[in-house]
Design a protein around this ligand. Structure first.
Ligand code: 13P
Length: 245
């Protein structure tokens, strides 16, 4: 399966950061995987201009479930498309925690993204306490079933498994732990989407770096990565991308 490597800049990046996209283009000309960079809303249009005619695809980090309306401060999926985005990250644990997003909300956002023609990267993942309680498969399975709307296919969704305790901490699950949960995600996708569930890309996210990427990409059912901190610098991100080749 063609791997998908996505960078989530989170609330980082000013106009000066666009130089990283420029540098990334130079470093990834021969890439054999899909490369997505998700800057903050304010940089989307400029980032899309810089990425034009290159292998770099631009994505966003969230969208509102409605097409338009009285939702002060929010941004719709259609607006993202107009700004040049082709992907959108939805249901990230930071949105689930800081903005109280439930699976039902995530599912309606994914449906809105599809309606606008975007591919959604749907994030799931357990907390440390849920892992310690032996509830990983139950929690992640529940989030997944609740967050995938009708109409989802292998071309309009990817799943990112991001254990909350591994995000920004330098902690990474063992390869066995990653394979266990990715195989259970694959099973849930097949139950939900039938044979097409086999083609949905399942990304791992949480403290991915150039130094650990090759081992992670070697794991069964790991079809790419969702990268936070290490996506902010083109050289480090390109190191992760080359590990996927
Ligand atoms: P880090 O790569 O910084 O751990 O962040 C992962 C993440 O949350 C990507 O969405």
């Amino acid at each position: 399966m063609r791997k998908l490597i996505a960078g989530n800049w989170k609330m980082n990046g000013l106009a000066s950061s666009l130089a990283e996209i420029e540098a990334l283009k130079g470093l990834t000309g021969e890439a054999t995987c899909d490369i997505v960079v998700c800057p903050p809303f304010t940089l989307l249009e400029k980032a899309a201009e810089r990425a034009k005619d290159s292998v770099v695809i631009i994505g966003a980090q969230d969208c509102h479930p409605q097409i338009s309306g009285a939702y002060t401060g929010d941004v719709s999926a259609q607006m993202l498309v107009e700004a040049g985005a082709r992907f959108v990250i939805l249901g990230h644990s930071e949105r689930r925690v800081f903005h109280n997003e439930s699976d039902a909300v995530v599912s309606t956002k994914v449906a809105a993204a599809h309606e606008a023609g975007l591919t959604a990267i749907i994030c799931v993942g357990e907390t440390r306490a849920e892992r310690d309680d032996g509830k990983v498969i139950e929690v992640v399975g529940g989030q997944l079933r609740g967050s995938i709307p009708a109409g989802a296919t292998s071309s309009n969704v990817a799943i990112a498994y991001e254990p909350v305790w591994a995000i920004g901490t330098g902690l990474v699950p063992t390869i066995d732990q990653i394979e266990e949960i990715h195989s259970s995600i694959r099973q849930t996708l097949e139950e939900r989407l039938g044979e097409d569930g086999r083609r949905v890309r399942i990304l791992y996210g949480g403290s991915v770096k150039a130094s650990n990427a090759a081992d992670i990409f070697g794991a069964t059912n790991v079809d790419g990565a969702l990268v936070g901190g290490a996506s902010l610098k083109a050289v480090e991100f390109a190191g992760i991308i080359s590990a996927a080749a």
